[in-house]
Structure formats: C-alpha cells, structure tokens
Design a protein around this ligand. Structure first.
Ligand SMILES: C[S@@+](CC[C@H](N)C(=O)[O-])C[C@H]1O[C@@H](n2cnc3c(N)ncnc32)[C@H](O)[C@@H]1O
Length: 127
C-alpha cells in the first residue's frame, strides 16, 4: 500500500458481534459509530475487535460548538476518556470535525492495552 509494502485488507463488521469475522484487527477505523452506544459492554466491543497493541481511530460527535438540532450524538472528552481508558491507551484526543457537514468531533487515536493503566495515586510513603 502506498509503496510501503504493506498488505491492507478492508472489512466492514458488526462491531457488537461476539467475534468479528477475520479478527482481531491491527487497525480499526470508526467514523460516527462509537458515539451511538451508551452501555459499557457495547463500548467495550470496539476494543475487543483489536489485536493486542492494535490501533483504534475514531471520529466521535463532540459536545463542543454551538447548539444544533441535527447531527451526530454528542459526547464530552471526559466521556470518551472514561469509556475507552480501561481497554485502550489514548495516544491522541483532540478537537476535529466531520468534514462533510462540519459538526465538531473528537479525533481519538488509541492503542489496545496489554497491561492495565497504573494507579493515579502513586506510591504512598510509609513513616
Ligand atoms: C451516524 S452513522 C455514521 C455513518 C458514516 N460512518 C458517516 O460517518 O457518515 C452511524 C453508522 O453506524 C452504523 N452502525 C450501527 N450499529 C453498528 C454496528 N453494530 N456495527 C457497525 N456499524 C454500526 C450504522 O449502520 C451507521 O452507518
């Protein structure tokens, strides 16, 4: 692909299927699908489609920008982080947009974890 000698195969899949056929994948691109789901077990399916250290790139409707009556569901950056952090290490989370209609989006690039994130409270000193 692109002269880099990479083999690339495209597949569409039901992200909620128990075992996506031909998976797990090294890269999953999701435009406007993750933000449809509220349940933790449904959101976890996105990570389940990935091989260990596989990359997930998602465009997710954003709570930023002016009020609107139509367009993609809106998710805050906090919601995105809370939803994906248990299974995925966030590499990049930044503001973007859906190019065709201009609604603001979160661009989220994340990698499937091979170990859990460490505690944010650090080491407790003993006296
Ligand atoms: C808001 S539309 C986004 C469509 C398109 N990707 C775009 O960006 O314009 C949400 C899409 O999620 C798809 N979808 C819903 N449930 C899905 C599932 N379980 N697995 C895969 N795609 C799903 C729908 O078919 C629909 O095309």
């Amino acid at each position: 692909m692109g002269g880099h000698g990479l083999a690339c195969r495209f597949a569409t899949l039901d992200i909620l299927a128990a075992d996506p056929p031909d998976g797990p994948f090294h890269f999953v691109f999701d435009r406007g699908c993750f933000h449809l789901f509220d349940e933790p077990d449904e959101r976890a399916r996105f990570a389940a489609a990935l091989a260990p250290r596989g990359l997930w790139l998602s465009l997710i409707g954003s709570t930023e920008g002016p009020p609107r009556e139509v367009g993609p569901p809106r998710r805050s950056a906090r919601e995105v982080a809370l939803a994906v952090e248990p299974a995925l290490e966030i590499i990049e989370l930044r503001s973007s947009e859906f190019r065709d209609h201009g609604a603001l989006a979160w661009f989220c690039l994340a990698r499937r974890r091979t170990m859990p994130a460490q505690s944010s409270y650090g080491v407790v000193a003993s006296d």
